[in-house]
Design a protein around this ligand. Sequence first.
Ligand SMILES: Cc1cc2nc3c(=O)[nH]c(=O)nc-3n(C[C@H](O)[C@H](O)[C@H](O)COP(=O)(O)OP(=O)(O)OC[C@H]3O[C@@H](n4cnc5c(N)ncnc54)[C@H](O)[C@@H]3O)c2cc1C
Length: 516
Amino acid sequence: ARYFRQAAGIPSFDHDFMIVGGGNAGGVVASRLGEVADYNALATEAGPSDKDVFDIQVLALAANIWFGSSVDWNFTTSPQVNAGNQILEYPRAKIRGEYGKLASPNVASLSEQGQYDPALHSKDGKLGVTAPFSDHPLNDLLLEATNQLSNEYPFLQDLNGGRPIGLGAHCRVGQAIIAHGSRSSSASAYLSHASDNVHVLLNTSVSRVVPTAESGGNDFRTIELRAGSDNATMKLTANKEVVVSAGVIQTPQRLLLSGIGPKDELDTLGITTFVDNPSVGKNFSDHVTISIKFLTDLPSTSFDETEALAQWKSNHTGRFALSQHMPQTGWVRFPEDSPPFRDGATDPTAGLNLPHVEVFFVGISEGQGGNMTLSVNIVDLTPVPRGSLTLATESPFDQPIIDPALLTSPLDTAILLEGFCDTPAPPSGGSIADEEVIRYIQNNANSFGHGAGTCSTAPFEVSWGVVDPDFRLRDVKGLRIVDASVLPFVASEHLQAPVYALAEWASDVIKCSHSS
Ligand SMILES: Cc1cc2nc3c(=O)[nH]c(=O)nc-3n(C[C@H](O)[C@H](O)[C@H](O)COP(=O)(O)OP(=O)(O)OC[C@H]3O[C@@H](n4cnc5c(N)ncnc54)[C@H](O)[C@@H]3O)c2cc1C
C-alpha cells in the first residue's frame, strides 16, 4: 500500500472504493479489495501508522497505548446506573491496525506436545499466531487446578477444538496474535503487504457520509473529511462504494451525523434526516467483567525491564515479546441447575458447547511483602442487556453518549456471582457472603472492551436492523458497513477473530457483487 500523511499528497482521488477506518476490519477490506488489479481503494484512518508508535509493536508495553494515550479515542461511558453510577473509561484504538493481541478461539492451535496440529487448523493465514511461553510457577499450579477441579475446569488442550470449555493451564493453549516477537495486526499482516493500488490516508478523520450530488436520492458514495493545515472540509466520491469500518462507536456516530438514524433523535439536534432508521446506534452489546486480585504466597517474579527492552530491541525475544497477560484462560459452562437459572431464567448461551464465563488471568505483579499478586477478570460472555449510542451534539468532534447498559439484567449479576464463586483461586481468609460479592460486582463492573451490535445485521425480509446480510446499509445505495458494529450481539469470545472473519467474508461479498 502507499501511505499519505496528508490528502494533498495523493496523486488523484479516482478511487473505486473508499474505506472509512483502517482498524481491524477496515485494514482487511482495503487490502483484500486491492487484490483486484483493476480496483483502486482509499482507506482513511484518523490515527497514525502503527510504525510511528513504538509501544504498539512491543506487546509488553500495551498498557502505554490504551486509555489516556494519543492513540486512544479516550471515550467515557454515560453513568452506569446499575453499576454504581460509574462513568467508565471506554478505550478504542485510534491507529492503523488495532489493539487486541489475544487470539480468541478459532485462530490457531497446537497439539498436546506443543506442536502445531495440521489436522485441526490451517497454517497459511496472514496473521501470525504464537503460543507465548514463559516459565512461571503459576503455569504448573493452574495445570494442577485442572486435576483438583476437573468438573468445573477440565484441562482444555485445544482452545479451538470446537468446545472451548475448561482451563488451558499451559503455554500450549494460550494463543496470541504475535509474529516474530511483535504484534501482528491488520496493519502489519494485511495493509503492509497490500499492493500500491491501495492508498492509506493517515491522521485524517471522516466527519460524515453525504449524498452524492450528481446522483441524488439515497446514493451515499461521498465522504466528507477534514484535511490540510486549515482543517478545511473536503468531499471525495468513490466510483463504486464507500465502506464504513470506523468501529462500534464511530460507525453509528458517523451515520447519525449524516442524517441516517432515528428521525426523532436527529430532529432534536436539528440534523436533516435522509434515512429514518430507528435501529442505528441501538442494540449495543458488550461483555461485562469484574476484576479481582489475589495475593499469593509465591515470591514475586518481577524482572529487569530495561534489560528486557534491550533484548527485545536486539532480537525481538524475551519477556517483552510476550504480553503482560498470563498465557492461560478458563472457560466455564455452568450446569443447568446452577443458581443463575434456578428461578426460571433462560440460559443465554447460543449452545451447549459454549461457556457462560471466562476467567482471564490478566497479569501478575509484585504485591505486599514481595509476594506475587495475581489479577483475574471474571467475564460474563453472554450479556443480556442492550445499550445504545446516541449523539450528544451535532459536532463530529464531540464524543457521543455511550451507554453499554451494564448489569441492567439481573441475570448478568447472577452469572458474575457464580463465576466469582467458581474461581479456581478462592480468596484466602474464608468465604464471603453473596450479598457482599453482589455489592462488589455492582460497584466495580466494567466493560471488557468488546462492544458490538450498534449497526446490527438483520435478515433481508425484516424491516429492522441497519445492514442486510450483504453488509449493505438499508434504504441507501453505495454504502456498506463492515466492522464489529454489524455483529447482532457480542460473540462469546474475544472479538478480533470474529471481526477478521466477517471482514474476510465481506471482502468476498463486495468483490463478487462487482464482478462481471
Ligand atoms: C483495549 C482493548 C483491548 C482489546 N484486546 C483484545 C484482544 O486481546 N483480543 C481480541 O480478540 N480482541 C480484543 N479487543 C477487541 C478488538 O480489538 C475489537 O473488537 C476489534 O478491533 C474491533 O474491530 P473494528 O474493525 O470493528 O474496529 P477498530 O479496530 O476499532 O477500527 C476502527 C478504526 O476506525 C478508525 N476511525 C474511527 N472513526 C474514524 C473516522 N471518523 N475517520 C477515520 N477513521 C476513523 C479508528 O481510529 C480505528 O482505527 C480489544 C479491544 C480494546 C478496546
